[in-house]
Design a protein around this ligand. Sequence first.
Ligand SMILES: [Cu+2]
Length: 165
Amino acid sequence: MEGLGRGLFVVIAAAASMLEMGLADQRHVVGGTQGWQQSIDFDSWAEAQTFKVGDQLVFNYASGLHSVVELPDESAYENCDIGSAIESKSSGKDGIKLTKAGTRYFACGTMGHCSQGMKVKIKIATGTASSTPSHPSSSASSSFSSHYSLLGCFLIMAFYALRFM
Ligand SMILES: [Cu+2]
């Protein structure tokens, strides 16, 4: 019985650390599978996401057609003041690490696109999330990896449970 308790403890600890690894450093593909383009409602997309310090944004788009500029504040964001950009990227596959809590503002640098709605406001929460919210519209790869590690946990737990029964 003591062996069972210790075994279960080890399994649960391993499962917890695996789960944490699966959820840490989550990648958020902006706009989901359709990516960074004019026809997406980025407000709704961002609403459905939980951004944490350590997560990464990924902007996928046709290089040359669009770009990613980071704007300094709310007013620049509201007015699509692209000229005030503090950072600019244009590779077509741009990763942006969310290094600290707060709000960050991104828009497309192509003329007219920001005012057509090609902008997104990212609210980054402090610390690590205590709950494990679901991210139906997040990137396939990140949801795949967290599901994959969850599956691994259950398989290991099932293995130990069967062994000790
Ligand atoms: Cu654009």
